[in-house]
Design a protein around this ligand. Structure first.
Ligand code: F6P
Length: 491
């Protein structure tokens, strides 16, 4: 509802993202169970908490959500979501699938993470043209809902590659609003971005430039975005670092950089609850003790089973370590947590199978009756992830390309004895954490194996001091500050 003309500027904040803060599953008997949404985006925005008049607009992701949206007329109040007022859009399944899996996940995600094997893909044809039309419809549904929900002069924070067209569509509907856009992914270099059909490449950029400010997790991604604006739109780019701006068709959009950090207070408290202690006891059994009678060292990774996370090369690096440096056999366990993601896409299903296959190969090549070299867990369990964080001697974070990677930040914050970090130079987190990490080229399996070896060999005091510095950096921009900085800049 719009406020009266005497109070033209509202402090109301609206968030728009594909995945909302809550998602529902429906049991056989029709009961709906709510689950908190996962991932960096939701973690960052969880700072918009109870007691604000914020409205979060998101899509119904599956049958459970659709049912919840139908039962409530699409409006879930705070009591139901455990915090925010949520407007859940019941977008027709076919439109949603085409926009989410077709355009967002199979094209924009692949482009920004540079995941195509370009001899085969992408090939844009009629199928894509149809999906793109649905992506426009899906974006328009968000713009309509936001235009309806926003008070006069309210602030709208639009999230990610699913909603690139929303800023411009919303500005056309509601020029009174302050509009921000945030990308939680990397941005592609202009040569790679140029694979998109020309009109699509331009539409995405123009859509985002409809915002007053569009922001990224690192300076590197922000720079690549402005290069695309220059190359594709012929836009003018001015400034450096935090003062970058893009001027196109007479309007200037400011470009922001806001690295998202770990929520240290929340994580430390959560990691010391009973359910985590229980999981630690189970994991300790699985890790066991080495021939020297000491608990084995742990190499920990926790990811969605996501192509860009580079889990298979991580396993190859671990195999290389055990092959080249037999002194580690029986003395180390790789706790690899790989939680299935986007299983509607065949390429993700294949990747998930490959992760399982390689882990098994390593176990059958090296395992002994008392030692399982790779302990692979695929069932998403936050308490068990935290248990592994606490037990980590070395964290392996080796993505091909990643917007930030919060796991790299979370593990040092939570680890009990301090952990060393093997970190891909292609992760956004590298921009802040390189000084205290073992940095690797994610494609270089041998280098990764060497880095894991060096990290495992650190003596305990050195590892603890690395870990302390990593944790300090990791918590420098907690979600609340990350969010408030953006709101301040927009105001
Ligand atoms: O942009 C990154 C992101 O939104 C993260 O927050 C999260 O890790 C991931 O993508 C979630 O993907 P999906 O919603 O498709 O499961």
């Amino acid at each position: 509802s719009a406020s009266s003309a005497s109070s033209p500027v509202s402090s109301q904040v609206l968030v728009a993202s594909n995945r909302g803060p809550v998602s529902y599953t429906r049991a056989e008997d029709g009961t709906l169970t709510a689950k908190r949404g996962g991932g960096g985006l939701v973690s960052g925005l969880s700072a918009i908490g109870p007691g604000t008049d914020a409205v979060w607009v998101c899509a119904a992701l599956g049958e459970g959500d659709r049912e919840a949206a139908r039962r409530t007329g699409g409006r879930l109040d705070r009591a139901e979501t455990g915090g925010q007022t949520v407007r859940m859009l019941d977008i027709p399944a076919e439109t949603f699938e085409a926009a989410y899996h077709g355009v967002a996940n199979s094209v924009l995600w692949f482009t920004h993470h540079m995941l195509y094997q370009t001899s085969l893909e992408p090939a844009f044809d009629d199928g894509f043209t149809d999906q793109w039309a649905r992506y426009e419809t899906y974006n328009a549904a968000f713009a309509d809902a936001l235009a309806q929900e926003a008070e006069q002069g309210a602030t709208v924070l639009v999230q990610d590659y699913h909603l690139t067209l929303v800023p411009l569509l919303l500005r056309e509907r509601r020029p009174d609003l302050r509009i921000g856009h945030f990308s939680h992914t990397p941005w592609a270099p202009a040569d790679y971005y140029g694979m998109l059909p020309d009109d699509v490449a331009a539409r995405v950029l123009r859509g985002m430039l409809g915002a007053d400010r569009t922001a990224f997790l690192t300076t590197r991604w922000a720079r690549l975005f402005t290069e695309c604006c220059e190359r594709v739109l012929g836009a003018d780019v001015t400034g450096e670092g935090g003062t970058l701006a893009v001027t196109y068709e007479g309007r200037t959009t400011r470009i922001g950089v806001h690295p998202l950090g770990a929520d240290g207070d929340f994580l430390r408290e959560r990691a010391h609850r009973d359910d985590v202690a229980e999981r630690m006891a189970q994991l300790r059994d699985q890790v066991g003790t080495g021939p020297d009678g000491l608990p084995r060292r742990t190499l920990v990774r926790v990811d969605r089973t996501e192509l860009s996370k580079n889990i298979v090369r991580g396993l190859h690096a671990y195999r290389r370590l055990l092959t080249d440096r037999p002194e580690w056999r029986e003395h180390v366990v790789h706790l690899a947590f790989a939680y299935p993601s986007r299983q509607d896409l065949a390429v993700y299903r294949d990747y998930t199978a490959e992760v399982g296959r390689v882990a098994e190969e390593i176990n059958s090549a090296f395992g002994t009756p008392g030692w399982t070299p790779v302990v692979l867990h695929v069932k998403d369990d936050f308490a068990r992830s935290l248990a592994a964080y606490r037990m980590a001697d070395v964290a392996l974070v080796n993505p091909i390309r990643d917007g930030m990677n919060l796991v790299a930040k979370e593990i040092p914050v939570v680890s009990d004895e301090g952990c060393a970090l093997v970190l891909s130079r292609e992760a956004g987190a590298h921009e802040e954490m390189a000084a205290d990490a073992f940095c690797v080229n994610p494609f270089d399996v041998r280098q990764t194996a060497d880095a894991v070896h060096a990290a495992l060999r650190l003596d305990a005091p050195t590892r603890a001091s690395h870990s302390r510095r990593l944790a300090e950096t990791a918590t420098a921009h907690p979600p609340t500050r990350w969010l408030l900085d953006q709101l301040r800049e927009l105001a």
